[in-house]
Design a protein around this ligand. Structure first.
Ligand SMILES: NC(=O)c1ccc[n+]([C@@H]2O[C@H](COP(=O)([O-])OP(=O)(O)OC[C@H]3O[C@@H](n4cnc5c(N)ncnc54)[C@H](O)[C@@H]3O)[C@@H](O)[C@H]2O)c1
Length: 202
């Protein structure tokens, strides 16, 4: 066996694909989420867990003792983050801190991957690189900046192996039609099935 991986947010769009990829390389994969998806690969052991519940997070980490943790659990929609800014900060920051705190106590040498976003960067019409200023224009982006700052703090203060990426939009099979590209695809498919001419809404 290659190692043990624990994925928080396994029922989401990225979670299903990532879990399958880890399984195909021989990892033992545990996946957590607030709801179970039928799309998760059979080899994945699903454990219900709300990352806002510190007791549940500690229990799952101490029972699985992963070498690798991937934190995909999030409020991931920018538009939803405007409706629920406090919940967005709670899940994306407090939830991630619950993972850091438990990992610090139980598996301090585990590697943890945290997924930030291009939404952390200041708006720009020009191409940007990693050095570009962070200054978000949405509650979602602010939550991701804060999450990343805490990751840096825990690396510096406790020597934890926490890695951050700032992912740009990605899409594909299994993404919810709450997001723009799957929404357009669904509308085009519906229109072509009905053979109607209609405007596509955003
Ligand atoms: N998909 C993209 O284009 C994109 C771009 C940049 C960053 N990201 C980030 O990548 C990560 C994964 O994105 P995704 O597209 O799979 O998102 P997604 O919304 O499809 O999945 C997020 C998952 O987190 C779960 N979740 C929410 N609250 C939870 C809680 N309290 N406890 C446990 N689980 C909870 C949800 O049930 C869902 O299954 C997120 O952090 C997202 O912000 C995604």
């Amino acid at each position: 066996m290659t190692g043990v991986v624990l994925i928080f947010g396994v029922s989401g769009f990225v979670g299903g694909h990532l879990a399958e990829e880890f399984c195909s390389f021989g990892y033992k994969v545990y996946g957590c989420d607030i709801s179970e998806s039928s799309d998760i690969a059979d080899q994945v052991t699903f454990i219900p867990c709300d990352i806002l519940d510190q007791v549940q997070v500690r229990k799952v980490i101490s029972e699985t003792k992963p070498m690798y943790i991937v934190d995909l659990a999030a409020i991931s929609s920018v538009s939803y983050s405007w409706k629920e800014p406090a919940k967005t900060m709670a899940v994306n920051v407090e939830g991630t801190l619950n993972i850091f705190e438990s990992a610090k106590e139980i598996i301090p040498n585990a590697k943890i991957l945290v997924i930030g976003s291009s939404e952390e960067y200041q708006r720009s019409d020009d191409p940007i690189n990693e050095e570009f200023s962070l200054d978000s224009c949405s509650p979602y982006g602010l939550s991701k900046i804060t999450q990343e700052r805490f990751a840096k703090l825990y690396r510096e203060q406790y020597g934890m192996k926490i890695y951050c990426v700032r992912a740009f939009n990605h899409t594909g099979v299994g993404q919810s039609d709450r997001f723009v590209i799957p929404s357009w695809c669904r509308q085009v498919a519906l229109l072509s099935a009905k053979k109607k001419r209609m405007a596509i809404s955003l």
